[in-house]
Design a protein around this ligand. Sequence first.
Ligand SMILES: [Zn+2]
Length: 130
Amino acid sequence: MDESTRQELRTHLEKRRAELIEEGNIRAESQRDDPSARLDEDTQPLSEMNQVIASRRNRVRAEELAGIENALRRLAAEPDEYGRCVDCDEWIPLGRLKLLPWAQRCVQCKSENDDGGRGHRRRHAMDFVD
Ligand SMILES: [Zn+2]
């Protein structure tokens, strides 16, 4: 991978990171300022459901953000190793990286990692990004 490609991926990562952070700020802001967010007996169940949905979204966003931070760190620390699959050591195809620059595994390892049929492998935070 050449430096201009890395730069392109880095830009993509930073843009996505900014979007995720922005999204989080807007959501927190609107919850605080919205007077209809006040709890009463009629709106409470809906509000609880919304909180569950919001916290799930927050978690997904936090995980994606963590994956992006991780990729940016790898790009900064070991630019020559960036894009190598963490499982099989093969290079992840550039087309995949352009789509998912935070990916840590090639498609094959990713799907093996996903099949869930092998023992009691614990899912971890990064599973959904790569
Ligand atoms: Zn692999």
